[in-house]
Design a protein around this ligand. Structure first.
Ligand SMILES: Nc1ncnc2c1ncn2[C@@H]1O[C@H](COP(=O)(O)OP(=O)(O)OP(=O)(O)O)[C@@H](O)[C@H]1O
Length: 288
């Protein structure tokens, strides 16, 4: 089931729309007239070969790098056409988790989470403290993690703390750049579960750049594949498996791929997996 909010005419609400996006660095055209829609309440997995431009697209959407052409609409508003006040309002609707967490090492978890609050809001310190503690609980960290420095945290805890910071302003849409990279299989599966839980409880929309097949199979409602400088195909995992393209076929059906668990039935719990991949949390390793 894809939990999406419907607009009044019954259509799924597009929360982010990238249209006709072209990004080039000198003569190196990385994205060429790319189109992509993200729907409210979904987890979209964004995949593609190394160097195809996944990070470039994410950074372009976030206006961290310029584009030559194209329109970005967030919550129906054209990012380039709105006034400064509206742009700030839209920025507050977005949260970002960069690839290695990117926490400020000189700040505690509490202070890291409060960075966006200080930037965008004018709140009393006691309220910011309460909010930081709430976010820490929300991402499944122990209460005492709030006053630790990043150097005192494990890799998985850093990802959670960075997610807590991305959630600091209660965004509608979060961008996650390879959130499970560097985590062990159990930590990665737990992180996937957390993302799915936040989608279900907060109605969060998630744009996730990933190489992690397990995340794609277990939590993504939809997948988009970047190739040939554009979105080559988008749809369900089943759509990917049927799509006639050598890269897509080898990615989703290759040695590292596995059977699709039936996510809507109890059979999922019994699904056997190809050796070498990780398992949804709560399942024991079982190989065929
Ligand atoms: N700031 C930049 N200046 C010049 N070229 C860049 C810049 N950022 C990215 N590129 C180029 O854009 C292309 C796409 O890079 P990008 O980092 O988006 O790939 P990716 O799909 O995220 O790869 P990976 O999966 O390996 O992280 C590469 O050829 C890269 O060298």
């Amino acid at each position: 089931m894809i939990p999406t909010r419907q607009t009044e005419n019954g259509k799924r609400e597009v929360i982010l729309s990238a249209h006709d996006i072209t990004v080039a660095f000198g003569n190196n055209v990385v994205l060429d007239n790319l189109d992509l829609d993200v729907y409210r309440g979904e987890i979209l997995g964004f995949v593609g070969g190394s160097g195809t431009g996944k990070s470039v697209l994410m950074r372009s959407i976030l206006r961290l790098i310029p584009r030559q052409h194209g329109t970005i609409r967030i919550l129906g508003e054209d990012y380039d056409q709105v006034d400064e006040a509206k742009r700030i309002e839209l920025d507050m609707r977005l949260g970002v988790l960069f690839q290695h967490g990117a926490l400020f090492s000189a700040l505690t978890v509490r202070e890291n989470i409060q960075v966006p609050m200080r930037e965008y809001l004018d709140l009393p310190r006691s309220l910011m403290d309460e909010l930081a503690e709430l976010k820490v609980a929300m991402v499944g960290l122990a209460p005492d993690a709030v006053d630790k420095y990043p150097s005192e945290l494990s890799g998985g805890m850093i990802k959670r703390a960075a997610l807590a910071r991305a959630l600091a302003l209660d965004p509608d849409l979060v961008f996650l750049d390879e959130p499970t990279s560097g985590l062990d299989p159990i930590g990665a599966a737990e992180f996937d579960d957390l993302i799915a839980q936040l989608r279900d409880t907060l109605g969060l929309t998630v744009y996730m750049v990933t190489h992690d097949l397990d995340s794609l199979f277990s939590v993504c409602d939809r997948v988009a594949v970047l190739g040939q400088k554009r979105v080559l195909v988008e749809g369900t995992i089943e759509d990917m498996l049927e799509f006639d393209d050598p890269w897509v076929q080898s990615y989703f059906k290759g040695k590292r791929a596995r059977m699709i668990p039936d996510r809507d039935s109890e059979q999922a719990a019994k699904t056997h997996y190809v050796s070498g991949t990780r398992f949804p949390s709560g399942q024991k390793s079982e190989t065929i």
